[in-house]
Design a binder for this molecule. Structure first.
Ligand code: PMP
Length: 359
């Protein structure tokens, strides 16, 4: 069976070897006579999966002991609320950098909890770039929140703000595990799994232990980070199947050579598509300014709606899936996460050249 040319933004393509491994174990995991989702979450077999997933994340991302790795549910969207509920204490202000719709949504949830401040924004220029200059931090700032990769607009922080003196909180839903990071520069990193990490259903939260003391006792149990930290993310039933698949994806990433090899591959894949845009003499128009370009989501448009429609139609006929831009911005978007094979990216670039030639 040929794998689809799947450029979906998330849930997205997973490594074929991961799916095959899961298939092999589907009915009878590790000679237990049970499927993974039939195991008790208190069972030794499951506990091993859970521990391995955590350890692999720690190893691949070089997460220091001063950080907890937590598995939650509710997607990145629940983190938009949990971050302010746990960190935005009385009299403090949540600082937000607006780089797109997801950042706006994070801000909206914080506004329901306490004081907020917009530290920088690129909204006035249709979120075509990352506002790296003139980041203002308010008085009594509790934290600075940003979105590391803007899935919809195809922009990405190339270098994170440094020396801000307050915890930096990053929504890394669409680029965690895609490039090297210095974890110590962040207070919290969170990501829904369904782009680079595995299937939807599990959210990874990496939190500096020191920050756990900020959460008030008034918080509902399931919305307090301490509940997850104190119980190894096993206070209640975790999404066991999603965590198993996360573990398989992390094993695949390690096997491939770890983050530096993955990052190199991602740079190579993105270059293939950006070259197709840049060498098209204006036939394809990239949405993002060059210095803010994402290596995960390549966004572009064509000179008029008719040609764009025809491009998407023909691409679909040729088997390319998920190339429509997000419904809020239109145009085209190719999502090329870790598991996207280089060959599929080359095929897309060739299709783009061919389409240009005949139009
Ligand atoms: N943040 C970013 C950067 C995203 O791309 C998405 C989903 N595409 C979200 C947050 C929302 O994630 P979820 O659906 O897991 O709540």
């Amino acid at each position: 069976m040929n794998r689809a040319l799947n450029f979906n933004a998330g849930p997205a393509v997973l490594p074929e070897t991961v799916l095959r491994e899961a298939e092999k174990n589907w009915l009878n995991f590790n000679h237990t006579g049970m499927a993974v989702m039939e195991l008790s979450h208190r069972n030794k077999e499951y506990e091993t999966i859970h521990e391995q997933a955590k350890l692999l994340l720690r190893e691949l991302l070089s997460i220091p002991d001063s950080y907890e790795v937590l598995f939650l549910q509710g997607g990145a969207s629940l983190q938009f609320s949990m971050v302010p509920m746990n960190l935005l204490t009385e009299g403090k202000t949540g600082n937000y950098i607006l780089t797109g719709v997801w950042a706006e949504k994070a801000l909206k949830e914080a506004e329901k909890v306490g004081n907020t401040f917009i530290s920088a924004s690129s909204k006035h220029q249709q979120y075509q770039s990352i506002p790296t200059e003139n980041i203002e931090v308010s008085e009594d700032a509790a934290y600075l929140h940003l979105t590391s990769n803007n899935t919809i607009y195809g922009t990405q922080w190339q270098q994170f703000p440094g020396n801000i003196g307050i915890p930096l909180i990053a929504d890394m839903s669409s680029d965690l595990l895609s490039r090297k990071l210095t974890i110590e520069n962040f207070g919290i990193i969170y990501a829904g799994a369904q782009k680079n990490l595995g299937p939807s259903g599990v959210t990874v939260v990496i939190i500096q232990k020191e920050l756990l003391s900020r959460s008030g006792n008034h918080l509902p149990t399931m919305l307090n980070y301490n509940t997850y930290a104190d119980h190894n993310s096993l206070y209640n039933t975790p999404p066991t199947l999603a965590i198993y698949l996360l573990k398989l994806v992390l094993e695949w990433a390690k096997e491939l050579g770890g983050i530096s090899v993955i990052e190199k591959r991602n740079i190579e894949k993105a270059k293939i598509l950006y070259d197709a845009i840049d060498c098209s003499e204006g036939f394809y128009l990239g949405h993002s300014e060059k210095e803010s370009r994402s290596k995960m989501n390549v966004t572009f448009n064509l000179t008029d709606d008719e040609t764009a429609k025809s491009f998407l139609h023909q691409a679909k006929e040729e088997g390319f899936i998920g190339l429509n831009g997000h419904r809020s911005v239109g145009g085209c978007r190719a999502s090329i996460y870790n598991a996207m094979p280089v060959e599929h990216v080359i095929q897309l670039a060739e299709f783009m050249k061919k389409f240009r030639k005949y139009n």
